[in-house]
Design a protein. Structure first.
Length: 506
């Protein structure tokens, strides 16, 4: 018995199988591809900046000392911040301990810089994913590019590590959940903000307020409970936990709000008048919303930015008012979530073209004025003789030594030495206090000092924490009075070693 096999008739094909979709065309690949690309971009800027010795003891060195302590299962004491100073008394950021396992594997300041780059880049995933679902693939690319190249993120990525990097992806995932009305998921992502920094409990409260307003009766209790938890959490941290851990018994940064008007209540009462004075504040407020072509103003999600903007504009610290440093990174996910929320209401896809083109245009216009443009500068890729001299003298210092170092040299040593700032700062744990007549004598085994003015951005040009003549006087006294001897001096960099018992001044 023969088995008859039917063959397709001539000219006829069997059922066709569609070609598999390339991985880069799959919906899930878009946000993660952007995250990887942005992580590489941010890491390049941050690592190169460290190699050029543009990072600082204040702040990269301080955070590395804290994470190193966590990795060694110690309390986060940061000698650069003060003798025996527990960094949880400066800002409340216990979630910083999550970086300890990475640091244990790779004990280097670059661990913190690359981790910060990855965290900032990770926030693009929920934003681009939400945009792709609500607006389409092309719009998702625009949102990802707008967020990833935004000045607020760029300023954080090209600066020293800060704890706020942990908050940026948490808030971005929470905002995506808010946009999809997944209220419990939104709270789950936002709740850890309480462990990142003491003011972010107010942001958590704003998330709760949004849920209470938009979630209807079923979500009212969740929204009000979240708002209360955020407010009480920040109050507990500022009034109880931080003073208990600060050596002065207070909140180290509370004076930023109370200084001008004598009290915190006075500062809050004058806040409406001070909101736009000086003009730097108004400029910053416009620039915060500019990456969204100002469209985020039409979204209630943007209200979640108010707590951060309020304390910054009310502060007496001028660093808080402008566009430099890391202070605006937390605002960028909010602005782009607001953009997606507004554009998602549009029913005619053709009407998305103009606003998306405007977002790209604003991004392109602002890009050269902010730190990512450093990659196109020749100086970024040039290693000077001064840098080579500094590295040679740093290599003279043995691992495990105690060192007093200039601000820009300190983070080159914090992974392998016990480092304090030279000259001594702060004194008695007090920030922004310079009682020069009370400076304690140096006690470290080594002193390394650079008398050249460092690269300025994002700081004003000059020497810190003291004017150069004061620093040079302290350097001379170290040799004349405190038993230090000159080991080497090259290109303005001085290396001293304590080789004998210090003399008591007559």
């Amino acid at each position: 018995m023969r088995t008859i096999i039917d063959k397709p008739a001539s000219g006829r094909r069997g059922p066709e199988r569609s070609a598999p979709t390339p991985w880069y065309r799959r919906p899930a690949a878009l946000p993660w591809t952007w995250a990887l690309a942005l992580c590489l971009l941010y890491s390049t800027v941050a690592v190169r900046r460290h190699q050029l010795m543009r990072t600082t003891g204040y702040d990269l060195g301080i955070f590395e000392q804290a994470v190193r302590a966590y990795a060694e299962l110690r309390a986060p004491v940061a000698p650069l911040r003060g003798e025996g100073f527990n960094l949880l008394g400066d800002h409340f950021h216990p979630l910083l301990a999550a970086l300890a396992p990475l640091y244990r594997l790779w004990p280097s300041p670059l661990t913190l810089l690359v981790a910060q780059s990855a965290l900032l880049a990770l926030a693009v995933v929920p934003l681009a994913r939400w945009a792709a679902r609500a607006l389409g693939r092309r719009a998702a690319h625009v949102v990802a590019a707008g967020y990833g190249l935004s000045w607020g993120v760029a300023s954080a990525a090209a600066f020293d590590f800060h704890e706020v990097a942990l908050a940026v992806p948490l808030l971005a995932f929470s905002l995506e959940a808010l946009g999809r009305q997944r209220w419990r998921t939104a709270v789950g992502w936002a709740a850890p903000l309480l462990l990142v920094k003491e003011d972010l409990g107010l942001t958590l409260a704003a998330v709760g307020g949004y849920i209470a307003l938009k979630g209807g009766r079923r979500a009212l209790r969740l929204g009000l409970g979240t708002a209360a938890a955020g407010l009480l959490g920040s109050l507990l941290e500022i009034k109880v936990l931080l003073p208990a851990l600060d050596p002065t018994g207070g909140y180290a940064h509370g004076g930023n709000l109370a200084a001008a008007h004598g009290s915190l209540l006075g500062a809050l009462a004058h806040a409406p008048l001070d909101l736009l004075r000086p003009e730097t504040k108004a400029t910053t407020l416009v620039l915060v919303l500019a990456p969204s072509a100002l469209l985020a103003l039409r979204s209630p999600l943007t209200l979640i930015a108010l707590p951060t903007l309020a304390w910054r504009m009310a502060s007496e610290n001028g660093f808080h008012w402008g566009t430099a440093f890391h202070y605006s990174a937390i605002l960028m996910p909010i602005v782009f979530a607001g953009l997606v929320d507004v554009l998602g209401r549009e029913t005619d896809p053709r009407r998305l073209r103009a606003p998306l083109a405007t977002v790209l245009a604003v991004t392109a216009v602002l890009l050269p004025s902010f730190p990512l443009a450093q990659l196109a500068q020749r100086a970024t890729w040039h290693t000077t003789g001064h840098l080579r001299a500094a590295r040679a003298l740093l290599d003279e210092i043995p691992d495990g030594a105690t060192v007093a170092a200039s601000n820009r040299l300190a983070p080159q040593l914090t992974s392998r030495c016990a480092v304090v700032l030279f000259p001594s700062f702060p004194v008695g744990g007090r920030l922004y206090s310079y009682p020069r007549e009370d400076l304690p004598p140096p006690t470290a085994e080594w002193i390394i000092h650079d008398d050249q003015a460092p690269e300025a951005w994002p700081y004003k040009p000059g020497h810190w924490p003291y004017p150069l003549p004061q620093q040079l006087a302290e350097l001379r006294d170290a040799r004349r009075l405190h038993g230090y001897e000159l080991v080497a001096r090259r290109d303005g960099i001085t290396l001293l070693h304590r080789a004998r018992t210090p003399r008591t001044p007559s």
